[in-house]
Ligand binder design. Structure first.
Ligand code: FAD
Length: 395
């Protein structure tokens, strides 16, 4: 019998954990494993708010894929997936085409704009290394321009969305912008960080005491919140809010939500806002040989109605599950259901302050920030062991 071909798309949290697990759970001749990713590196999405604000270099948020996988066992292909054709069992890349027997899709997400006019054309998005490098450089260029042409919009940063990503980014801006003002000889009192959220609260779903702490802390640092106010339009001059108020800003960063990757939506696999509602073994509906994980997937808790939010934590656990159990699933054996075990959530408010829940314990300030760093180090450890922790880790 021919050796089965396993094709894994995307070297994010889910995809990397899958291939790392498969190299342990499969013998060298049991399957051909191919991993496709559009960059030669994996980026730590959970840390992208730092290079976006300029509080860390973007190289701290990425690692070469070849250095963290066993390239004797995994054929790593640097290429962009263009389309997936489940009926042909083929994946088309920009420069190649691959057949598969078993497909694992971990292509992450795309920004959800909720149809807001002008957002895709005029806003920035915290998505990957290229996009955050652009945000930082654009923001600094605007600060440099102010000296010659003192328009208030050059020093006004609008962050759309006050969920996890938005609040973490605002926290970094609070650390970084005063430094930038000194660097560019700018009056700090002219600086504006405006965080706009359509929901009535920041960090929806978080405990109220943690939310209050975050808002008080950030307000104390000068952040202006507009809560319960949707953005209706984003233009090249700023944003227009419901009710007509315009906030002029030459840097608008949208963090208001994600949807699944379009490639999955266009493959004919059933999706909801681009995400695939997977079965208990992470299979796509109607496709016995296609597995979907991470932000491309949708997992609804057994006793709940709303899906788990898309996080690195669930993506990692899904990758660990498939890395261990895909060989049995490939053989048609029955395998226990994937069970997400949430370990808690911590949101940073800059380098030294955070809020979060770990187990049943609420954490605030410095202790939460320490916990956040431990969580980041854990990912480095899972990915590349102690040597990667020593190379990239920061406390
Ligand atoms: P990703 O990690 O997004 O990886 C997808 C991979 O697919 C990437 O390598 C990408 O380059 C590749 N890819 C995409 N399209 C193609 C293509 N066409 N061809 C080839 N390759 C492609 N979650 C937490 O649990 N905790 C946090 O603290 C946290 N903080 C966050 C902070 C920020 C600023 C952001 C933006 C997100 C945060 N998240 C956090 C969410 C978390 O990062 C995501 O849920 C997680 O990255 C999803 O993992 P994934 O494996 O699905 O995909």
């Amino acid at each position: 019998m021919a050796t089965p071909k396993i094709l894994v798309l995307g070297a994010g949290y889910g995809g990397l954990m899958t291939v790392k697990g498969l190299t342990k759970s499969l013998g060298a001749s049991d399957a051909e494993i191919t991993l496709v990713n559009q960059n030669p590196y994996h980026y730590f999405t959970t840390e992208l708010h730092k290079p976006a604000a300029g509080t860390a270099h973007h190289d701290h948020a990425r690692v070469n894929i070849a250095s963290v996988i066993n390239t004797n066992r995994v054929n790593f292909v640097e290429d962009r997936v263009v389309s997936i054709n489940p009926s042909e069992k083929k994946v088309y890349l920009e420069n190649n085409t691959f057949d598969y027997d078993h497909l694992v899709i971990g292509l992450g997400s795309a920004p959800e704009t909720f149809g807001i006019k002008g957002l895709l054309e005029n806003a920035f998005f915290i998505r990957n290394i290229d996009s955050v490098r652009m945000i930082r450089e654009h923001m600094e260029y605007m600060f440099a321009r102010y000296k010659n042409d003192p328009k208030e919009e050059y020093l006004t940063i609008v962050v759309g969305g006050a969920g996890f990503t938005g609040i973490e980014y605002v926290g970094e801006l609070v650390d970084r912008l005063p430094e930038l003002c000194r660097e560019y000889d700018l009056p700090q009192e002219k600086l504006r960080i405006v965080n706009i959220e359509a929901a009535p609260t920041v960090l929806p779903g978080f405990d109220q005491a943690l939310v209050d702490y975050a808002v008080e802390y950030l307000k104390g640092k000068g952040v202006e919140f507009y809560l319960g106010v949707p953005i209706e339009e984003c233009t090249k001059d700023g944003v227009v809010l419901k009710g007509g108020e315009e906030i002029k800003s030459s840097t608008v960063v949208w963090t208001g939500g994600v949807r699944g990757n379009k490639i999955v939506e266009e493959s004919g696999i059933e999706t909801m806002r681009g995400r695939v509602k997977v079965d208990e073994n992470l299979r796509a509906p109607g496709h016995d040989n296609i597995y979907v994980l991470g932000d491309s997937s949708l997992v609804i808790p057994k006793d709940g109605e709303r899906p788990y939010p898309p996080t690195a934590q669930i993506s990692t656990q899904q990758g660990q599950y498939l890395g261990k159990h895909l060989p049995q699933l490939m053989r048609g054996e029955s395998v226990h259901a994937f069970q997400y075990a949430p370990k808690g959530t911590v949101a940073s408010l800059g380098n030294r302050v955070a809020i979060g829940v770990v187990g049943s314990k609420k954490l605030f300030g410095g202790s939460a920030s320490f916990m956040k760093k431990i969580i980041d180090l854990r990912w480095l450890f899972l990915l590349g062991g102690i040597s990667l922790v020593l190379r990239k880790g920061k406390l």
